[in-house]
Design a binder for this molecule. Structure first.
Ligand code: FES
Length: 269
């Protein structure tokens, strides 16, 4: 056995070399400041790092140099909270259908140049660098209001039967984490997939029926007020959605909306 083979056997990672990358990152000091792409070189990045860990390494370098670190949103780093999200080489969350925190550097090649930008939508104004204000989503949910559930002791699990197909579709819609990739991926910056997911996950359950019509008209009216564009069935939203929410959800929203308007429901002004 040669010396290099011995070292490879003794330390499987010893032969691996990190990736050297060029990052072009959107830097913008504040909401009204003019932004620009700034180029950074970064070396010895492990292919097993997440994209956010790679940004952490860059930020450590910037801090050591006395420079301002890059602002970006993150929280759970487990693909469940919906906080992270950037455009990577023009794709929402990058080349894999996952969240930015679950994207790994092995999706790129040594020597790559990677463009990193914030979500681009009028309704998601830039706060700083890669961080955007997504409170418009909170206001859409708020416009949906409450559901009527009687108080008292918890009912037995089977007291309110729900058909299996409805329950599966409702839970699929409820996997939406509100990251905003659907808006960022859509050429119209439409929030229809997000709103549809929120309308659907309540509208399919018996508990969601009393306010069903008011909920859909008010949520759709709010998304229009926020400045999101209309849906023209392009489908980029669903392709970029880390949870794979389907376009069928939007059909269900449109069905609910038409039914509610025909029944006389009107949005609160
Ligand atoms: S940080 Fe929570 S989903 Fe990415």
């Amino acid at each position: 056995m040669t010396a290099s083979m011995q070292s490879s056997v003794g330390n499987p990672g010893a032969e691996k070399r990190g990736m050297n990358l060029t990052l072009r990152i959107w830097r913008q000091q504040g909401p009204t400041a003019k932004g620009k792409m700034v180029t950074y070189k970064i070396t010895d990045i492990s292919p097993d790092m997440s994209f956010l860990e790679m940004l952490d390494v860059l930020n450590e370098q910037l801090i050591l140099q006395g420079d301002d670190p890059v602002a970006f949103d993150h929280d759970c780093r487990e693909g469940i909270c919906g906080m992270c999200g950037v455009m990577i080489n023009g794709q929402a969350h990058g080349p894999q259908q996952t969240t930015t925190c679950q994207l790994h550097m092995r999706s790129f090649a040594d020597g790559d140049t990677i463009d990193v930008e914030p979500w681009r939508a009028t309704a998601f104004p830039v706060i700083k660098d890669l961080a955007v204000d997504r409170r418009a989503f909170d206001r859409i949910i708020q416009a949906g209001g409450y559901i009527s559930v009687p108080t008292g002791t918890a009912p037995d699990a089977h007291a309110t039967p729900v058909p299996k197909a409805d329950s599966d579709a409702a839970f699929d819609a409820a996997t939406c984490i509100g990251c905003g990739a659907c808006v960022a991926a859509c050429p119209n910056a439409s929030s229809m997939l997000f709103t549809a997911a929120k309308v659907t996950h309540l509208g399919l359950f018996p508990q969601g029926q009393p306010e069903r019509n008011d909920r859909v008209v008010n949520m759709v009216a709010q998304q229009d007020r926020e400045g999101f564009g209309g849906c023209t069935n392009i489908g980029e939203c669903s392709a970029a959605c880390p949870k794979g929410i389907s376009m069928e959800t939007i059909s269900r929203l449109n069905h609910d909306l038409l039914g509610a308007l025909r029944a006389g429901a009107r949005p609160k002004s």
